[in-house]
Design a binder for this molecule. Structure first.
Ligand SMILES: [Zn+2]
Length: 244
Protein backbone atom coordinates (compact mmCIF):
# COMPACT_ATOMS: atom_id res chain seq x y z
CA UNK A 1 0.00 0.00 0.00
CA UNK A 2 1.24 3.53 -0.80
CA UNK A 3 0.71 6.68 1.25
CA UNK A 4 -1.63 7.92 -1.48
CA UNK A 5 -3.80 4.86 -0.99
CA UNK A 6 -3.90 5.45 2.76
CA UNK A 7 -4.91 9.06 2.13
CA UNK A 8 -7.67 7.86 -0.17
CA UNK A 9 -8.89 5.37 2.44
CA UNK A 10 -9.14 8.21 4.92
CA UNK A 11 -11.85 9.81 2.81
CA UNK A 12 -14.06 6.78 3.59
CA UNK A 13 -13.12 5.96 7.16
CA UNK A 14 -11.30 7.37 10.16
CA UNK A 15 -10.93 3.97 11.83
CA UNK A 16 -7.89 1.71 11.71
CA UNK A 17 -7.52 -1.87 12.94
CA UNK A 18 -4.32 -2.90 14.72
CA UNK A 19 -3.93 -6.70 15.14
CA UNK A 20 -1.80 -7.75 18.12
CA UNK A 21 -0.19 -11.17 18.40
CA UNK A 22 2.90 -12.77 19.91
CA UNK A 23 5.95 -14.88 19.19
CA UNK A 24 5.70 -17.65 21.74
CA UNK A 25 5.56 -21.40 22.13
CA UNK A 26 2.26 -23.08 21.30
CA UNK A 27 3.00 -26.67 22.19
CA UNK A 28 4.77 -29.19 19.96
CA UNK A 29 2.23 -28.86 17.13
CA UNK A 30 1.50 -25.15 16.57
CA UNK A 31 3.87 -22.43 15.29
CA UNK A 32 5.32 -19.62 17.41
CA UNK A 33 3.29 -17.26 15.24
CA UNK A 34 -0.09 -18.79 16.21
CA UNK A 35 -1.50 -15.71 17.98
CA UNK A 36 -0.32 -13.38 15.22
CA UNK A 37 -1.86 -15.59 12.50
CA UNK A 38 -5.18 -15.63 14.38
CA UNK A 39 -5.16 -11.87 15.10
CA UNK A 40 -4.45 -11.16 11.44
CA UNK A 41 -7.11 -13.58 10.13
CA UNK A 42 -9.79 -12.09 12.38
CA UNK A 43 -8.70 -8.53 11.54
CA UNK A 44 -8.91 -9.20 7.79
CA UNK A 45 -12.46 -10.50 8.25
CA UNK A 46 -13.46 -7.49 10.39
CA UNK A 47 -11.79 -5.11 7.91
CA UNK A 48 -13.97 -6.53 5.13
CA UNK A 49 -17.14 -6.41 7.24
CA UNK A 50 -16.76 -2.77 8.30
CA UNK A 51 -14.62 -1.56 5.38
CA UNK A 52 -11.62 -0.42 7.42
CA UNK A 53 -7.85 -0.57 6.83
CA UNK A 54 -5.63 -2.97 8.79
CA UNK A 55 -2.27 -2.16 10.29
CA UNK A 56 0.54 -4.77 9.98
CA UNK A 57 0.22 -7.29 12.82
CA UNK A 58 2.32 -6.57 15.93
CA UNK A 59 3.95 -9.97 16.18
CA UNK A 60 5.77 -9.53 19.48
CA UNK A 61 3.79 -9.10 22.66
CA UNK A 62 3.98 -9.63 26.40
CA UNK A 63 4.79 -13.35 26.69
CA UNK A 64 6.81 -13.59 29.89
CA UNK A 65 4.92 -16.73 30.97
CA UNK A 66 6.31 -18.71 28.01
CA UNK A 67 9.98 -17.72 28.11
CA UNK A 68 11.13 -21.07 29.48
CA UNK A 69 10.30 -22.59 26.06
CA UNK A 70 12.82 -22.00 23.23
CA UNK A 71 11.73 -19.52 20.57
CA UNK A 72 9.44 -17.48 22.81
CA UNK A 73 10.27 -13.79 23.06
CA UNK A 74 8.63 -11.03 25.07
CA UNK A 75 8.48 -7.31 25.50
CA UNK A 76 8.46 -6.06 29.06
CA UNK A 77 5.11 -4.35 29.82
CA UNK A 78 6.92 -0.98 29.72
CA UNK A 79 8.35 -1.65 26.24
CA UNK A 80 5.04 -2.85 24.84
CA UNK A 81 3.26 0.17 26.26
CA UNK A 82 5.92 2.40 24.70
CA UNK A 83 5.59 0.66 21.30
CA UNK A 84 1.83 1.13 21.27
CA UNK A 85 2.19 4.70 22.50
CA UNK A 86 4.59 5.47 19.62
CA UNK A 87 2.42 3.79 16.99
CA UNK A 88 -0.69 5.61 18.18
CA UNK A 89 1.13 8.94 18.36
CA UNK A 90 2.34 8.42 14.77
CA UNK A 91 -1.26 8.15 13.62
CA UNK A 92 -2.42 11.40 15.22
CA UNK A 93 -1.61 13.67 12.28
CA UNK A 94 -3.13 11.48 9.55
CA UNK A 95 -6.80 11.87 10.31
CA UNK A 96 -7.57 8.60 12.08
CA UNK A 97 -9.87 9.04 15.06
CA UNK A 98 -10.60 5.46 16.08
CA UNK A 99 -8.01 2.79 16.88
CA UNK A 100 -9.26 -0.78 17.20
CA UNK A 101 -6.94 -3.38 18.73
CA UNK A 102 -7.84 -6.97 17.83
CA UNK A 103 -5.81 -9.11 20.18
CA UNK A 104 -4.82 -12.75 19.67
CA UNK A 105 -2.77 -13.25 22.85
CA UNK A 106 -4.22 -13.24 26.37
CA UNK A 107 -0.88 -12.18 27.86
CA UNK A 108 -1.26 -8.84 26.05
CA UNK A 109 -4.62 -8.02 27.63
CA UNK A 110 -3.37 -6.14 30.69
CA UNK A 111 -0.97 -3.94 28.71
CA UNK A 112 -3.58 -3.26 26.04
CA UNK A 113 -6.14 -2.25 28.67
CA UNK A 114 -3.63 0.31 29.96
CA UNK A 115 -2.84 1.35 26.39
CA UNK A 116 -6.40 2.18 25.39
CA UNK A 117 -6.80 4.30 28.52
CA UNK A 118 -3.52 6.06 27.75
CA UNK A 119 -4.55 6.67 24.12
CA UNK A 120 -7.97 8.04 24.98
CA UNK A 121 -6.65 10.36 27.65
CA UNK A 122 -3.48 11.55 25.94
CA UNK A 123 -4.24 11.48 22.23
CA UNK A 124 -8.03 11.91 22.26
CA UNK A 125 -8.52 8.99 19.89
CA UNK A 126 -11.31 6.59 20.64
CA UNK A 127 -9.54 3.31 21.38
CA UNK A 128 -11.09 -0.15 21.52
CA UNK A 129 -9.86 -3.57 22.54
CA UNK A 130 -11.32 -6.91 21.49
CA UNK A 131 -9.87 -10.14 22.85
CA UNK A 132 -10.30 -12.99 20.39
CA UNK A 133 -9.77 -15.69 23.04
CA UNK A 134 -12.59 -14.48 25.22
CA UNK A 135 -15.07 -14.18 22.36
CA UNK A 136 -14.09 -17.58 20.90
CA UNK A 137 -14.28 -19.24 24.31
CA UNK A 138 -17.80 -17.96 24.88
CA UNK A 139 -18.94 -19.53 21.58
CA UNK A 140 -16.90 -22.71 22.10
CA UNK A 141 -18.41 -23.43 25.51
CA UNK A 142 -21.85 -23.48 23.89
CA UNK A 143 -20.83 -25.73 20.98
CA UNK A 144 -21.20 -29.51 20.77
CA UNK A 145 -17.50 -30.24 21.07
CA UNK A 146 -16.73 -27.37 23.41
CA UNK A 147 -19.38 -28.45 25.90
CA UNK A 148 -17.23 -31.52 26.60
CA UNK A 149 -14.42 -29.28 27.89
CA UNK A 150 -14.51 -27.65 31.28
CA UNK A 151 -14.55 -23.89 30.89
CA UNK A 152 -11.09 -22.88 31.99
CA UNK A 153 -9.49 -19.58 32.83
CA UNK A 154 -6.34 -20.29 30.84
CA UNK A 155 -6.21 -22.18 27.55
CA UNK A 156 -3.32 -22.35 25.15
CA UNK A 157 -2.66 -24.35 21.97
CA UNK A 158 -5.92 -26.17 22.74
CA UNK A 159 -8.77 -27.16 20.38
CA UNK A 160 -9.77 -23.54 19.79
CA UNK A 161 -6.36 -22.28 18.67
CA UNK A 162 -5.53 -25.51 16.84
CA UNK A 163 -8.83 -25.41 14.92
CA UNK A 164 -8.24 -21.78 13.96
CA UNK A 165 -4.69 -22.39 12.68
CA UNK A 166 -5.91 -25.49 10.81
CA UNK A 167 -8.30 -23.18 9.00
CA UNK A 168 -5.80 -20.35 8.37
CA UNK A 169 -2.56 -22.23 7.60
CA UNK A 170 -2.97 -26.04 7.76
CA UNK A 171 0.61 -26.54 6.55
CA UNK A 172 1.85 -24.92 9.77
CA UNK A 173 0.15 -27.49 12.04
CA UNK A 174 2.23 -30.58 12.87
CA UNK A 175 -0.73 -32.94 13.22
CA UNK A 176 1.33 -35.95 14.22
CA UNK A 177 2.69 -34.04 17.23
CA UNK A 178 -0.72 -33.26 18.73
CA UNK A 179 -0.75 -34.67 22.24
CA UNK A 180 -4.05 -35.60 23.95
CA UNK A 181 -3.60 -33.73 27.24
CA UNK A 182 -1.07 -31.42 28.74
CA UNK A 183 0.54 -33.96 31.08
CA UNK A 184 0.84 -33.02 34.72
CA UNK A 185 -0.95 -30.02 36.06
CA UNK A 186 0.72 -28.52 39.05
CA UNK A 187 -1.87 -25.85 39.54
CA UNK A 188 -5.38 -27.20 39.09
CA UNK A 189 -6.70 -23.90 40.37
CA UNK A 190 -5.89 -22.31 36.99
CA UNK A 191 -8.40 -24.65 35.36
CA UNK A 192 -11.15 -24.04 37.88
CA UNK A 193 -13.55 -21.19 38.47
CA UNK A 194 -11.22 -19.68 41.10
CA UNK A 195 -12.57 -16.22 41.86
CA UNK A 196 -9.24 -14.37 41.89
CA UNK A 197 -6.24 -14.03 39.60
CA UNK A 198 -3.01 -15.94 39.97
CA UNK A 199 0.43 -15.41 38.50
CA UNK A 200 1.44 -18.43 36.43
CA UNK A 201 4.07 -19.86 34.13
CA UNK A 202 3.39 -22.25 31.25
CA UNK A 203 5.58 -24.85 32.97
CA UNK A 204 3.12 -24.83 35.91
CA UNK A 205 0.69 -26.50 33.51
CA UNK A 206 2.97 -29.24 32.21
CA UNK A 207 5.98 -29.79 30.03
CA UNK A 208 4.43 -29.74 26.54
CA UNK A 209 3.42 -26.08 26.54
CA UNK A 210 -0.18 -27.06 25.75
CA UNK A 211 -2.87 -26.00 28.19
CA UNK A 212 -6.15 -27.76 27.51
CA UNK A 213 -6.76 -30.44 24.91
CA UNK A 214 -6.02 -29.95 21.21
CA UNK A 215 -7.28 -33.36 20.04
CA UNK A 216 -10.32 -33.29 17.77
CA UNK A 217 -9.54 -29.84 16.39
CA UNK A 218 -10.91 -29.30 12.89
CA UNK A 219 -10.44 -26.67 10.22
CA UNK A 220 -14.23 -26.44 9.88
CA UNK A 221 -14.65 -25.53 13.55
CA UNK A 222 -11.78 -23.08 13.17
CA UNK A 223 -13.40 -21.25 10.24
CA UNK A 224 -16.72 -21.08 12.09
CA UNK A 225 -14.99 -19.64 15.15
CA UNK A 226 -13.05 -17.06 13.12
CA UNK A 227 -16.26 -15.97 11.37
CA UNK A 228 -18.15 -15.80 14.65
CA UNK A 229 -15.47 -13.73 16.40
CA UNK A 230 -15.18 -11.35 13.44
CA UNK A 231 -18.96 -10.87 13.30
CA UNK A 232 -19.15 -10.19 17.04
CA UNK A 233 -16.32 -7.65 16.86
CA UNK A 234 -17.83 -5.92 13.82
CA UNK A 235 -21.18 -5.64 15.59
CA UNK A 236 -19.38 -4.28 18.66
CA UNK A 237 -17.65 -1.60 16.59
CA UNK A 238 -20.87 -0.68 14.79
CA UNK A 239 -22.80 -0.35 18.03
CA UNK A 240 -20.03 1.85 19.46
CA UNK A 241 -20.12 3.98 16.31
CA UNK A 242 -23.81 4.65 16.88
CA UNK A 243 -23.03 6.11 20.27
CA UNK A 244 -20.43 8.61 19.03
ZN1 LIG B 1 -2.08 -18.43 21.60
Amino acid sequence: MTWKEVKELLTNTDLVIIPTGSTEQHGPHLPLSTDSLIAQAVSIRVGKLIDAPIFPVLDIGHSIEHLSFPGSISYTPETMLAVIRDISTSLTTHGFKHLVFINGHGGNNAVLELSIQWIRNNLKFWAYLFNIGEIAQEKWNKSKIGAQDNPRKVLHADKIETSMVLSIAPDKVKQTRIVPKSGKNKTKILESSFIGSLGWNAKDMGDSGVIGDPTGATSLEGSALLDHVATRISKGIKSAQKSW
